[in-house]
Design a protein around this ligand. Structure first.
Ligand SMILES: Nc1ncnc2c1ncn2[C@@H]1O[C@H](COP(=O)(O)OP(=O)(O)O)[C@@H](O)[C@H]1O
Ligand SMILES: [Mg+2]
Length: 214
């Protein structure tokens, strides 16, 4: 039985997920109970899934078909869930993930259009069972605003290089899942200053998990 707490960070490219996760990691590293937390990223977390991550994001020789991409993400998720996330939750830990299945719905479902967002959700549930995040921080920013940020960034991976219309579909995918699983979504205005967003995140976490964030 699960008795930990599962937090995910979601949103389109350059909305600031990794920036906020990094701040949270730094904050938690100062807590006495820092061992109550586990950070994971999707795809990745085990030697095998780190290899899958490289295939998905940096392998230019033979571009995967959209269905292959979907299945590789799903394969990495099963490994991550069974080997890292579930054991940590069973030990009562707070697991924090930079992306989870909402990303698959948004990217492989709505944006690539291999199957409907609903079908991807159904597939996900079959693969991982009833496990759902308890809380999802959704960093909301318009794709055009995010594009301006991306232009300032260095090298981009294969999926980041997709065009504006792809990322507009990604935003629609997030709307879809945030309407279905409303209760776990906490929407943040990703255009605010990083420190302002982070303060809001900490306020929410102290409210939801007073025992862990004293
Ligand atoms: N709130 C913010 N306001 C302005 N720029 C930001 C903000 N958060 C992140 N950035 C910048 O945007 C870029 C993408 O941030 P990142 O955290 O890597 O996004 P993601 O992980 O969601 O793709 C980085 O250059 C980062 O410094
Ligand atoms: Mg990131």
């Amino acid at each position: 039985m699960k008795n930990g707490y599962f937090i995910t960070f979601e949103g389109g490219e350059a909305c600031g997920k990794s920036t906020q996760v990094k701040k949270l990691k730094e904050y938690i590293s100062t807590l006495k109970n820092k061992d109550d937390f586990l950070f994971v990223r999707e795809p990745g977390g085990t030697p095998l899934t780190d290899k899958i991550r490289r295939l998905l994001l940096n392998y230019e020789e033979d571009k995967p078909l959209p269905m292959t991409e979907l299945l590789l993400f799903c394969a990495a998720r099963v490994e991550n869930i069974e080997k890292c996330v579930k054991p940590a939750l069973q030990q009562g830990k707070v697991v924090i993930a930079d992306r989870f299945y909402d990303s698959t719905i948004a990217y492989q479902g709505m944006a690539r259009g291999i199957m409907s967002a609903q079908d991807i959700l159904t597939l996900t549930k079959k693969i991982i069972g009833p496990l759902k995040p308890d809380l999802t921080f959704y960093l909301k920013i318009s794709p055009s605003e995010a594009f301006k940020r991306k232009a300032k960034m260095g090298e981009m991976d294969r999926i980041e290089k997709e065009g504006l219309d792809f990322h507009e579909k990604v935003a629609k995918g997030y709307n879809f899942i945030s309407n279905i699983e409303k209760e776990r979504f906490y929407c943040l205005d990703a255009t605010k200053e990083p420190d302002i967003i982070f303060n809001e995140i900490i306020t929410v976490l102290k409210e939801k998990l007073p025992e862990k964030f004293k």
